[in-house]
Design a binder for this molecule. Structure first.
Ligand code: 5AD
Ligand code: SF4
Length: 332
């Protein structure tokens, strides 16, 4: 099935429930034809809440006064060991842009994970870095990199970020990652201030042309202490429609049911799977640092322990007829 831009606009705005149900059903058919009834699990490890950036929407922006932490290599490896025992075969090391995590330090950590857990994929999500840096991390053993483009409209990008951040550089990073052989994740928030159907059309067009292996899409949720703290949250419904559209235009994409969806709606992640998503990312971060990684308000912290998050996710997926394999879940 291929969509024209007016089809997409219609699907994003229609109030016809049958059209939306058909969209979700088609997205599930497309996903099942490529990946079957499988949902891949990634273990999220939030390695640092320090960030030099000041993205206007983010609760970890540098101007927010909050307690910050970094995990040691030992703590990170402990999270991986626990995760490995629970059946995780992908670890996602995520953090703000923290200068403490030099190439040398990150390469050491990646190398240690690579040698201790050779059957696992290593995903990094550490913001913008230089091409040389991406190359060194790849060399050390990283397989994938998540860097949301946030919006494919340069004016909208400028509204969400301070002047020192640039849309052009974000795009350059994504191209560099692709050239270096990473499986690349892009993505955006739904309902961020200044977003419109026109900017969303550009996001869809960007995904259709760049064809990232992963696309992270979650609703915007206001974060305390940020310039957007009083803005309304994004729509769960619109997020689900975008997931389905992206699944259909890019059948092989790995599409997470994000925690932001789970935060706004108790069944948000299940609904995302029913709209074509096929990845979940339970948190493996240590118990005491979880609450400190507050990108947005009321961030989901299901279960106080990794085992609980994993069991919770497995039960939720089983309840909707999806299996969670012990597998890396690479892009196919
Ligand atoms: N609401 C939802 N998502 C957010 N992110 C950052 N701040 C928020 C927020 N307030 C997303 C951004 C970023 C990712 C790590 O989290 O898209 O890329
Ligand atoms: Fe830093 Fe990422 Fe938050 Fe921007 S979105 S302030 S880069 S942690």
């Amino acid at each position: 099935m291929s969509f024209s831009s007016s089809d997409i606009e219609h699907l994003l705005t229609t109030s016809d429930p049958t059209a939306v149900d058909d969209l979700f059903a088609e997205a599930c058919r497309v996903r099942d034809a490529v990946y079957g009834r499988l949902v891949f699990m990634r273990g999220l490890i939030e390695i640092t809440s320090h960030c030099r950036n000041n993205c206007l929407y983010c609760g970890l922006r540098r101007d927010v006064q909050c307690r910050r932490y970094r995990l040691s290599e030992e703590q990170i490896l402990d999270c991986c060991s626990i995760g490995h025992r629970l059946g995780f075969r992908t670890f996602v090391l995520q953090g703000g842009e923290d200068a403490w995590f030099t190439d040398e330090r990150v390469c050491h950590i990646v190398g240690a994970i690579r040698s201790r857990f050779p059957d696992c994929a290593i995903t990094l999500s550490l913001g913008e870095r230089g091409r040389e840096s991406f190359a060194r991390l790849k060399e050390a053993g990283a397989d994938r990199y998540l860097l949301r483009h946030e919006t494919a409209d340069p004016d909208h990008y400028a509204l969400l970020h301070p002047a020192e951040m640039s849309f052009a550089h974000r795009m350059q990073c994504l191209r560099d990652l692709r050239d270096l052989g990473y499986q690349v994740g892009a993505g955006f928030m739904v309902g961020s201030p200044g977003q419109s159907i026109a900017t969303l059309m550009k996001d869809i067009e960007f995904i259709d042309t760049f064809r990232p292996e992963m696309v992270g899409i979650g609703p915007f949720i206001p974060a305390a202490g940020t310039p957007f703290e009083h803005r309304p949250a994004g729509s769960v419904e619109l997020t689900l429609r975008l997931l389905a559209i992206i699944r259909i235009i890019h059948p092989h994409v790995l599409l997470p049911a994000t925690s932001a969806l789970g935060t706004l709606h108790p069944q948000g992640r299940e609904r995302a799977i029913a709209a074509g998503a096929n990845v979940v990312m339970p948190n493996l971060s240590p118990q005491d640092t979880r609450a400190l990684y507050s990108i947005y308000n009321n961030k989901l912290a299901t279960g106080s322990e990794a085992a609980e998050s994993a069991a919770d996710i497995r039960a939720r997926m089983a309840a909707i007829g999806m299996q969670v394999p012990t597998a890396r879940g690479d892009y196919q």
